[in-house]
Design a protein around this ligand. Structure first.
Ligand code: GSH
Length: 222
């Protein structure tokens, strides 16, 4: 039997967090090897482990996979979280690409210069309220089902709920006028695997803080 997937990143959310979420929601145990220094990253590069000299990298099923989306695609396919046919998959891709656009804005927020922060937060609030949340609320309303696609749990639900928690940290009021998103958040959070991941002590990482920014700067030299 194949061993546990091994995740290579530093000890923070960053681009690895959606991968942690998806594996955890699929009920897959994984190991993490944390980069602690620029030398650790250099070693992975010199050993030829990183296709584009970047992390996230996940060792899984004999592969060393790089590129966050490719890793998510593989996990979703493997654990049947990627729709039943190419049309469902196209919808899932469309939804998760939209989610990724908003996710990226929030991910980069802690790294922006202090004088730009208020404008960035205002933009995130505006886009969340007027573009992204209405779009996903509309999908749920259009079919009245419990999940975004195919009346069945998929990566789209898991990634959306991760995003809902992420947005909540910026502004908890943004979800107030979206009852179907609130209900989805509750439903997915109550799945046993997700509930476990949301408990303290799980591999879920805390919000980015000054310490993780400092660590990222040290490792990735920016
Ligand atoms: N498109 C890549 C981007 C990966 C990326 O930017 N990784 C950063 C850390 S979060 C990195 O390794 N930076 C070092 C470098 O680019 O040399 C992905 O989604 O995995």
């Amino acid at each position: 039997m194949a061993g546990k997937p091994k995740l290579h990143y530093f000890n923070a959310r960053g681009r690895m967090e959606p991968i942690r979420w998806l594996l955890a929601a699929a009920g897959v145990e994984f190991e993490e090897k944390f980069l602690e220094s620029a030398e650790d990253l250099e070693k992975l590069r010199n050993d030829g482990y990183l296709m584009f000299q970047q992390v996230p990298m996940v060792e899984i099923d004999g592969m060393k996979l790089a590129q966050t989306r490719a890793i998510l695609n593989y996990i979703a396919s493997k654990y049947d979280l990627y729709g039943k046919d190419i049309k469902e998959r196209a919808l899932i891709d469309m939804y998760t690409e939209g989610m990724a656009d908003l996710y990226e804005m929030i991910l980069l927020l802690p790294f922006c210069p202090p004088e730009e922060k208020d404008a960035k937060i205002a933009l995130i609030q505006e886009k969340t309220k007027n573009r992204y949340f209405p779009a996903f609320e509309k999908v749920l309303k259009s079919h009245g089902q419990d999940y975004l696609v195919g009346n069945k749990l998929s990566r789209a639900d898991i990634q959306l709920v991760e995003l809902l928690y992420f947005v909540e940290e910026v502004d908890p009021s943004l979800i107030f006028s979206f009852p179907l998103l609130q209900a989805l958040k509750t439903r997915i959070s109550n799945l046993p695997t997700v509930r476990k991941f949301l408990q303290p002590g799980s591999p879920r990482k805390p919000p980015t803080n000054a310490k993780s920014i400092e660590e990222a700067r040290k490792i990735f030299k920016f």
